[in-house]
Design a binder for this molecule. Structure first.
Ligand SMILES: *[C@@H]1O[C@H](CO)[C@@H](O)[C@H](O)[C@H]1NC(C)=O
Ligand SMILES: *[C@@H]1O[C@H](CO)[C@@H](O)[C@H](O)[C@H]1NC(C)=O
Length: 420
């Protein structure tokens, strides 16, 4: 709606007003002179969303040009960065920093995580360096430059990808050597988390009282709400507990980091629930496979919310909750795990019946109604394809000639494929 409003304003502003319609040559010249005098211009980046992974550093670009205006040459521009929207689209108005006269003032809550690396050496480069990134940094950022009565701004969307999750083996708590921990993450579309990943997740509120391996062979766990049994090496303070580097044969759980979904996870709920083998077969019938634990966490991160436990590829049973509610596993959002024992150990046995979560990869070829009836050959994915249903055919259809056909999957989220 906001962009529509802006467009309307822009259209109104670009209409010749009554002033110019009825103006004499003299006032027209004055208008032209005023335009030439305007010395502040934002170079709109407009290159779409900036994407970066959790715990990385990212540069949010903001460039402008400045011409000394007669009589105002010495006035320094004022740069202001603000976060204006959350990832879920809620309006925000969080000042981040203000820079003027070679002094940068950073707002509380952003100190130590933001800087203007080019300022004041290159005064017209207001690029903001932000990180290590947290998931909650996703959203829309505004760069505003003001000099005198001139005021320009640009908007930069940021998307932080990747999610950290705790993983416990099927049989029992604390049963993974370091090598087995690495393998468990790999089998679940993830890698073993680095300490910086766990720290970033902790800063967004991740709390888990289970010691787990990390990539540097240390064993740690994140505690935001300190409580007996979870004090570790930090007594009653919040923080990431650290057992230090351990013998790789010792046994713990693990923290994994999954970076990119590269497809879609969808829920399958049949009236007659499924055994583990039945769930595998059902996903296959729908052109997919059972989702891994990493894939379910990434789908949850992207908004999947389903209060129905379902089988996953590792033989565990889990479900993703965005909006906590009664009888959906507790008061905080997260992926819930169904264990056999009250002490939160042991996956359900494969003969038990649940729903299923399937995964369909972006690179998975599929059939579609190709216009003109030509059978699709090799299938490549167009990463930046716009959403929505779209059928088209481009290029020559002669034998050997490259041509493109685009069609949509029959799944919930339409995907486009290009055939060469
Ligand atoms: C602006 O500054 C950033 C950060 O130092 C740098 O990476 C980028 O190349 C600069 N851009 C221009 C056009 O100077
Ligand atoms: C959890 O409970 C099961 C069954 O009572 C038991 O076999 C297992 O050792 C327990 N695990 C832990 C870590 O307490």
């Amino acid at each position: 709606l906001e962009s529509l409003l802006l467009l309307v304003l822009w259209v109104l502003a670009s209409q010749p007003g009554p002033l110019s319609t009825f103006s004499t040559p003299g006032t027209q010249d004055a208008t032209a002179a005023a335009t030439a005098e305007k010395g502040l211009h934002m170079q709109k980046v407009g290159s779409g969303s900036v994407r970066a992974a959790l715990a990385e550093l990212v540069a949010l670009p903001c460039l402008f040009t400045l011409w000394p205006r007669p009589g105002a040459a010495r006035e320094a521009p004022r740069i202001k960065w603000t976060k204006v929207r959350t990832a879920s689209g809620q309006r925000q108005d969080l000042p981040i920093l203000v820079a003027k006269d070679n002094v940068v003032r950073v707002a509380k809550g952003w100190q130590g995580r933001v800087s203007l690396p080019a300022y004041p050496r290159h005064r017209v480069n207001a690029t903001l360096l932000l990180g290590p990134l947290r998931a909650s940094d996703s959203g829309l950022y505004r760069c505003q430059v003001v000099r005198g009565i001139e005021d320009e701004q640009d908007l930069v969307p940021l998307e932080v990808t990747g999610v950290v999750f705790h993983y416990r083996a099927a049989q029992d708590r604390y049963s993974l050597t370091f090598a087995e921990a690495q393998e468990a993450c790999r089998l679940n579309s993830a890698t073993i988390a680095a300490p910086r990943h766990l720290q970033a997740a902790f800063e967004d509120g991740f709390d888990n009282c289970d010691a787990g391996w990390l990539s540097d062979r240390t064993v740690r766990y994140p505690i935001t709400q300190s409580r007996p049994g979870c004090y570790g090496d930090r007594s009653s303070l919040p923080g990431v507990r650290n057992y230090g580097r351990r013998d790789p044969r010792e046994l713990y759980d693990v923290y994994c980091f999954a970076r990119e979904l590269g497809g879609e996870v969808f829920y399958v709920g049949l009236a007659r629930r499924l055994t583990l083998a039945g769930a595998r077969a059902q996903c296959r019938r729908q052109g997919a496979v059972l989702a891994s634990v990493g894939q379910l966490h990434l789908a949850w991160h992207e908004g999947l919310d389903q209060c129905d436990p379902g089988w996953l590829a590792d033989g565990s049973v889990r479900y993703p909750i965005q909006t906590p509610r009664r009888r959906c596993g507790g008061p905080v959002p997260g992926v819930r795990t169904v264990y056999s024992f009250a002490n939160r150990t042991r996956f359900p046995s494969p003969g038990e019946r649940y729903d299923a979560y399937c995964f369909r990869g972006e690179a998975t070829p599929f059939e579609c109604a190709s216009p003109g009836g030509h059978a699709p050959r090799a299938c490549t994915f167009i990463p930046a394809a716009p959403p929505g249903v779209w059928l088209s055919s481009r290029g020559g259809d002669q034998a050997g000639e490259r041509h493109k056909k685009t069609c949509c999957a029959v799944s919930r989220a339409p995907r486009e494929r290009s055939y060469l």
